[in-house]
Design a protein around this ligand. Structure first.
Ligand code: GRF
Length: 203
């Protein structure tokens, strides 16, 4: 399947996807990497991998919807069949998201439904949680609220601070996201309008 990726930052999750593809473990085509930050490391990774890139500056648009509609029009024009948010730090307007619901996934650094939104590692530490993790989920208009597809878990160690926890979680993310994309590639994962299903089994 043809996949577009949106990222706002360094792109370590994108790097993990590209590495999985290089190893022959991920039979997908990346048709576009887009960002709201022209300086995003993710765009440099895409350029190095000869993947078309797109950087749209939100300041060039009158409002969020105008930006999102233009971005998603370009994603559609790329021929992408799936859209992966890998560290894309914007909330997408429901009107732009609509046609993509069911074909857009996100990786979020918490064990959803816990800690939707930002500062997830800090919130898990402050709550005294014994476990933390990452979730890949279908994206819906509800922020970090779509059906969870798969999760990676790790034990919070005594003395972990926010940075250490984030750094220990990242390698798990780098295994989780490619694994979910493999399901997409094998057409074993779909959205049935309200839940994620894998080979017919409700996740
Ligand atoms: C990851 O922790 C991801 O879970 C969250 O933002 C971070 C993106 O990191 N959405 P990177 O840009 O992929 O390195």
């Amino acid at each position: 399947p043809r996949i577009a990726v949106l990222a706002s930052g360094r792109g370590s999750n994108l790097a993990a996807l590209l590495a999985a593809r290089e190893r022959g473990e991920l039979p997908v085509d990346f048709v576009l990497v887009g960002s709201d930050k022209a300086a995003a490391g993710a765009l440099r990774l895409a350029e190095a991998a000869n993947i078309p890139t797109l950087a749209l500056d939100p300041r060039g648009y009158p409002d969020r919807l105008a930006f999102d509609l233009d971005l998603f029009a370009r994603i559609a024009a790329s021929g992408a069949e799936w859209l992966v948010l890998a560290g894309f730090m914007r909330i997408i307007d429901a009107a732009a998201l609509g046609p993509w619901v069911g074909r857009i996934i996100n990786i979020h650094p918490s064990l959803l439904p816990k800690y939707r939104g930002l500062h997830t590692h800090r919130r898990a530490l402050e709550a005294g949680d014994r476990e933390h993790g990452a979730s890949v989920h279908f994206v819906t208009a509800e922020l970090d609220g779509g059906p969870v597809i798969a999760q990676a878990r790790l034990a919070i160690q005594p003395g972990d601070d926010e940075l250490q926890l984030a750094q220990r979680l990242l390698p798990l993310e780098h295994r989780l996201l490619p694994a979910v994309l493999r399901l997409l590639a094998e057409r074993r994962l779909q959205w049935d309008g309200h839940a994620a299903r894998f080979d017919g089994r409700l996740l």
